[in-house]
Design a protein around this ligand. Structure first.
Ligand code: DGY
Length: 350
C-alpha cells in the first residue's frame, strides 16, 4: 500500500482484529485499510511509514507507542487514534488534544473479564496455587506422611474465627466495583478504597452501592488505611506517572501478615523490588499479579518470579474470547464513527 496515491481515507490497523470484526473495516469500499500483516507486535518503522496520510489509527496497548513522532508521520489528515484497550497511557493525549485528534478506547466491555480474573488471582495468591501446581507438574504429588497443615493458606471466605473480611481498593472505578460485587458471597462485608485525591467525593454513588451490595461499610480512606485494614488489597487504578509506585515498601510494610496483594491494572503501580522483599520476609502472605513493571521483559530470574507465593500471569485480564471480540469491535466502531463524523461509542473526553 505504500506510496499508492489514494483519495480514500486510510485506516491503519496494527493487529488483525479477527474474523468477527475485520469485515467491518474491509467491507467499507470507501476506505483504504492497511493492516500490519504479522501475528506479533507491529514494527515501529512499519507504523511510521504506513501512518503517513492516515485518517485513523487502530492500535494496541503494550505494543504501539503513539507519540508525537507517529502523530507527525500521520500528519494533518489524522482524525482519530482508536486503541483496543481501556488503558491509554501509550498515547500522548496532550499531543492528540493539541492537534484536535480524537481518542477512542474500550471501557466497560472488559470489566467483567478483568473482575473475574482479579478474584481468581486473590484466591490463587492466598491458597498457594503456584507452589501446589508445581508440585503436581513436577510429578511430586505429596504422599504420606499426611501433613495436617501442608500448603495451608488464609481462608478467603469469612469463617467463624475471622467473620469480618475487608476488601481494600486502590482506585475505585468500574473494574474495582465489579470486583467488589463478586466478593459479597465470600463474606466481604466491608470495603475501603483510596482513589484519585483530586476527584470529588462520590458520596451518593457510595451510599447507593453500599445499599445495593448489602455492605456493612463502604468508605473512602487514606492509602495508609487501605494498607493497614484490608485482608486483600486490590490495585485497580490507571497507570502513568501520577500512580507510579503507590504500592511501595512503606505501604507493603503496613499490610497485615495474613493479607494478599492483587494487581490487575498496571505494573508501574507496584514497586517490584519492594514486593519481592516483603514476600521473602513473610511480611504479607502472598501476591497475585496480572501485570509487572517492565513487562514484557519479565524473565525467570525476576525477583517476583522467584517468589513462590507470588502468582503471576502475563497480562491476560481481558483475555476471554467474548471480551476480546467486543473490544476489537468497539475499537473499529470508534474509528469508523470518527471518520463518518458521528459520535464515537467510547471516546475520551478531551
Ligand atoms: C487494557 O485494556 O488496558 C488492558 O490492560 C488490556 O486488556
Amino acid at each position: 500500500h505504500l506510496n499508492r496515491p489514494t483519495s480514500r481515507p486510510k485506516v491503519v490497523v496494527t493487529r488483525n482484529l479477527g474474523p468477527d470484526v475485520m469485515p467491518l473495516l474491509l467491507e467499507r469500499g470507501d476506505l483504504e485499510v492497511v493492516l500490519w500483516p504479522e501475528d506479533r507486535g507491529c514494527d515501529r518503522n512499519w507504523l511510521l511509514q504506513n501512518a503517513v496520510g492516515a485518517t485513523a489509527l487502530i492500535v494496541m496497548v503494550g505494543a504501539d507507542k503513539i507519540d508525537t513522532e507517529v502523530l507527525d508521520s500521520a500528519g494533518p489528515s489524522l482524525q482519530v487514534v482508536s486503541t483496543m484497550s481501556v488503558g491509554y497511557e501509550h498515547i500522548d493525549i496532550a499531543a492528540a488534544v493539541k492537534r484536535g485528534i480524537k481518542v477512542g478506547y474500550t471501557p466497560d466491555v472488559l470489566t467483567d473479564a478483568v473482575a473475574d480474573l482479579t478474584v481468581m488471582l486473590a484466591l490463587m495468591a492466598g491458597r498457594n496455587v503456584r507452589q501446589t501446581m508445581k508440585v503436581v507438574d513436577d510429578g511430586q504429588w505429596p504422599t504420606c506422611p499426611w501433613s495436617p497443615f501442608l500448603f495451608c493458606g488464609p481462608q478467603f471466605s469469612a469463617s467463624p474465627s475471622r467473620p469480618v473480611r475487608t476488601a481494600g481498593f486502590i482506585g475505585f472505578g468500574r473494574i474495582a466495583q465489579a470486583t467488589l460485587a463478586r466478593l459479597i458471597p465470600f463474606g466481604f462485608t466491608n470495603c475501603i478504597y483510596s482513589s484519585n485525591p483530586s476527584s470529588t467525593p462520590k458520596t451518593s454513588r457510595d451510599l447507593e452501592l453500599k445499599a445495593k451490595l448489602g455492605l456493612a461499610s463502604l468508605a473512602s480512606v487514606t492509602l495508609d488505611e487501605v494498607a493497614a485494614r484490608s485482608d486483600v488489597v486490590f490495585v485497580l487504578a490507571p497507570g502513568g506517572s501520577g500512580t507510579r509506585h503507590l504500592v511501595n515498601e512503606a505501604f507493603l510494610r503496613k499490610m497485615k501478615r495474613s493479607s494478599v496483594l492483587v494487581n490487575t491494572s498496571r505494573g508501574s503501580l507496584v514497586d517490584s523490588d519492594a514486593l519481592a522483599k516483603v514476600l521473602s520476609e513473610g511480611l504479607i502472605w502472598g501476591a497475585g499479579l496480572d501485570v509487572v513493571e517492565g513487562e514484557p521483559q519479565v524473565t525467570a530470574d525476576h525477583p517476583l518470579v522467584k517468589e513462590p507465593r507470588c502468582a503471576i500471569l502475563p497480562h491476560i485480564g481481558s483475555a476471554t474470547l467474548e471480551t476480546r471480540i467486543d473490544m476489537a469491535r468497539l475499537a473499529a466502531e470508534n474509528a469508523l464513527s470518527a471518520i463518518d463524523g458521528k459520535p464515537m461509542p467510547a471516546s475520551l473526553n478531551l
